[in-house]
Design a protein around this ligand. Structure first.
Ligand SMILES: NC(=O)c1ccc[n+]([C@@H]2O[C@H](COP(=O)([O-])OP(=O)(O)OC[C@H]3O[C@@H](n4cnc5c(N)ncnc54)[C@H](OP(=O)(O)O)[C@@H]3O)[C@@H](O)[C@H]2O)c1
Length: 274
């Protein structure tokens, strides 16, 4: 089975949009996005506003045509607006957060559910194990098709992979060109049929956006530098997330995959900033 089965080719991200979330999700869908990334974390995401828009959109576009991804976030990543009782144990917190996500998004299942980030900067802790086990249960009973993790270092991912009964199916990480576009984690994902989702592809890589060599590639294909980066992602197996607020950029982002870079160009982008 292909690891990309059940995955989209491009994801629209909804972080930091606050009250603009509703109108921007609507605009993204109007322009062709069907995959939406959010989190039950009001500090950075308005999952409830994503859902308000989806509720209206479901009247025209069936739920099954969307790909919805949300996240369980530990207390340390939240503000006071928690989707669970922080005094409860982790399995209860995950179940309550997940249930609240379903309500927010007006759906009875998710396509993908992520642990937003591990408890500690190093290691996959017993708390993380408890969370993962609960996510495995949600997957087993069909509440989420995919389970995965975010903000993971290579060793943490390896630890999870070794201990998990159901292996992570996706990893969502900030993707720095200066770290070989998260080379170690990407390589592990490729070897283990895990889909790698990359975010901050433009904002974490301003040196790539400004690079004369990359600009020359964009000129060659008469496209924008952002499109070259998203196209590069396609070639190296990164599932890109964009959080653009601009309709023109939405359209350009989705058209990125029409471009086919040469192997020399791919190699140049992959290795020049490492
Ligand atoms: N798991 C996590 O911890 C985590 C953390 C951060 C983000 N994320 C996810 O990733 C999503 C994307 O976040 P991000 O950090 O990559 O930043 P982003 O929100 O996608 O920021 C992209 C920036 O690049 C600009 N831009 C210029 N040309 C663009 C183009 N053609 N296409 C897209 N953007 C263009 C955008 O401006 P315009 O608006 O003017 O286009 C925007 O300022 C978030 O919404 C969230 O869903 C997850």
């Amino acid at each position: 089975m292909s690891p990309t089965e059940n995955f989209p080719t491009f994801i629209y991200g909804t972080a930091w949009k606050e009250e603009r979330t509703s109108s921007l999700v609507s605009l993204a869908v109007k322009n062709g996005f069907r995959a939406i990334d959010t989190a039950n974390q009001k500090k950075h995401y308005r999952e409830d506003f994503v859902g308000e828009t989806l509720k209206e959109l479901y009247k025209e576009i069936p739920r099954e045509q969307f790909w919805l991804q949300s996240k369980y976030t530990y207390v340390r990543g939240q503000d006071h607006r928690l989707p669970y009782n922080p005094d409860d144990d982790y399995p209860r917190q995950v179940k309550d957060s997940f249930e609240s996500s379903l309500k927010n998004l007006h759906t009875d299942y998710l396509d993908s559910y992520l642990l937003h980030g591990p408890m500690s900067f190093e290691g996959f802790t017993t708390e993380d194990q408890q969370v993962w086990k609960t996510m495995e249960e949600l997957h087993k009973i069909g509440q989420t098709k995919i389970i995965g993790v975010s903000n993971m270092k290579l060793q943490q991912l390896k630890d999870l992979f070794t201990s998990a009964h159901i292996k992570p199916m996706t990893v969502q990480n900030r993707c720095y060109a200066e770290h070989g576009w998260d080379r170690g984690v990407r390589q592990f994902c490729l070897e283990n049929k895990i889909v790698y989702q990359g975010f901050s592809l433009l904002t974490a890589n301003r040196q790539v956006v400004a690079d004369p060599g990359v600009r020359k590639i964009a000129e060659k294909y008469s496209c924008m530098v952002a499109q070259v980066i998203f196209c590069f992602c396609k070639h190296v197996g990164i599932l890109p997330i964009t959080g653009t607020t601009d309709e023109k950029h939405m359209q350009e982002d989705l058209r990125s995959f029409e471009i086919e870079l040469t192997s020399t160009e791919i190699e140049f982008i992959e290795n020049s900033f490492y």
